[in-house]
Design a protein around this ligand. Structure first.
Ligand SMILES: [Fe+2]
Length: 258
C-alpha cells in the first residue's frame, strides 16, 4: 500500500469519526452510526486484514487530519489483528478484535479538545478526565445491536490490567478477555512508539523492552511474546538489508518510465 493511499484511508476514516461526533452533539445518542459509517468500518477491516506489521510505518507517516486519534486507532487495529492472527484466532475472531480496536478510543471524541490536545503533561485531574473515555465509549456503544458484544467490551476494558490496577472497573486476571488483552498490548505499543507533544517516540525495540519489563504484572505474557516475534520478523537481519539496498541501487542504474 502506498503512503498516499494510507493517508487517504486515514483521512476518510477520520471524517467518519468526526461525523459521529457531530451527530452525537446534535442528536444525543441516536442513530449516530450511520449505514455509511458501518460500511466504511467493514472496509477498513478488510484493508487491515491484508496489511502487515511493516505497514505500521506507512500509517504512522501518513497525514491524519487535525488529531492523532484516527491514526492511533488504525495502527492499534492493524497491530491487534496481526497479534490475533499469530495467536491462531479464527477469521471471525480477528474481525471482532479489529472492529473493537478501531473503536477502542471512541470515547475520547466526547472529551474536551483542550485536554486531549494539551501540549504538555496532564495534571492529575485532567488525567482522570481522559480515563473516563473507556466508560464513555462503552455507554455510547452499549445499545448498538449491530456491534458484537465482544467489540463493545474491548472499548470498555482495553485499559484493564492483569493485577487489577487498570480502569474503569479494576478487573483482574481472567476477568479480562483475550481480545481486550490483545488490544491492550497493541494500544500501549502504539502509544509508546508514537511521538507526543511532550516526548519523542520510542523505537520498537526500546518500547518492547519496556513492555516486557512490565508485562508479568500488567499485560498478557504470551501476547507480549508474540509481539516480540513480530518485531523480530520486522527488523531485517543486517545482511538482508544490505542485499536489498544493493538491489535497489542496481535497479536505479536502468532508466525507467513511471
Ligand atoms: Fe484508550
Amino acid at each position: 500500500m502506498t503512503e498516499k493511499k494510507a493517508s487517504r484511508d486515514i483521512y476518510v476514516f477520520s471524517q467518519y469519526l468526526n461525523e459521529v461526533y457531530r451527530l452525537y452533539g446534535l442528536a444525543g445518542n441516536q442513530e449516530i452510526f450511520t449505514d455509511k459509517f458501518r460500511t466504511y468500518l467493514k472496509r477498513m477491516i478488510v484493508k487491515l486484514k491484508d496489511a502487515s506489521f511493516r505497514d505500521l510505518e506507512k500509517y504512522r507517516n501518513a497525514n491524519c487530519a487535525s488529531n492523532c486519534l484516527p491514526g492511533h486507532s488504525i495502527r492499534t487495529a492493524l497491530l491487534a489483528m496481526g497479534l490475533a492472527k499469530e495467536l491462531g484466532l479464527k477469521e471471525s475472531e480477528i474481525t471482532e478484535v479489529g472492529v473493537g480496536a478501531l473503536l477502542h478510543d471512541i470515547g475520547k471524541l466526547f472529551l474536551p479538545r483542550e485536554i486531549l490536545d494539551k501540549p504538555c503533561k496532564l495534571s492529575e485531574f485532567e488525567f482522570e478526565v481522559i480515563k473516563s473515555h473507556s466508560e464513555i465509549g462503552f455507554q455510547v456503544l452499549r445499545n448498538e445491536s449491530w456491534l458484537p458484544g465482544p467489540c463493545i467490551e474491548i472499548v470498555h476494558n482495553h485499559h484493564e490490567r492483569l493485577d487489577g490496577s487498570g480502569y474503569p472497573n479494576h478487573l483482574c486476571g481472567d476477568e479480562i478477555h483475550q481480545y481486550e488483552r490483545i488490544v491492550g498490548v497493541a494500544d500501549v505499543f502504539d502509544a509508546m512508539t508514537s511521538k507526543r507533544n511532550y516526548r519523542e517516540a520510542l523505537s520498537y525495540e526500546l518500547a518492547f523492552q519496556e513492555i516486557k519489563k512490565e508485562s508479568p504484572l500488567l499485560l498478557d505474557r504470551q501476547i507480549v511474546f508474540v509481539l516480540g516475534d513480530l518485531i523480530k520478523k520486522y527488523s531485517y537481519p543486517k545482511r538482508e538489508l544490505t542485499e536489498r539496498l544493493e538491489m535497489r541501487r542496481e535497479i536505479c542504474h536502468y532508466p525507467c518510465a513511471e
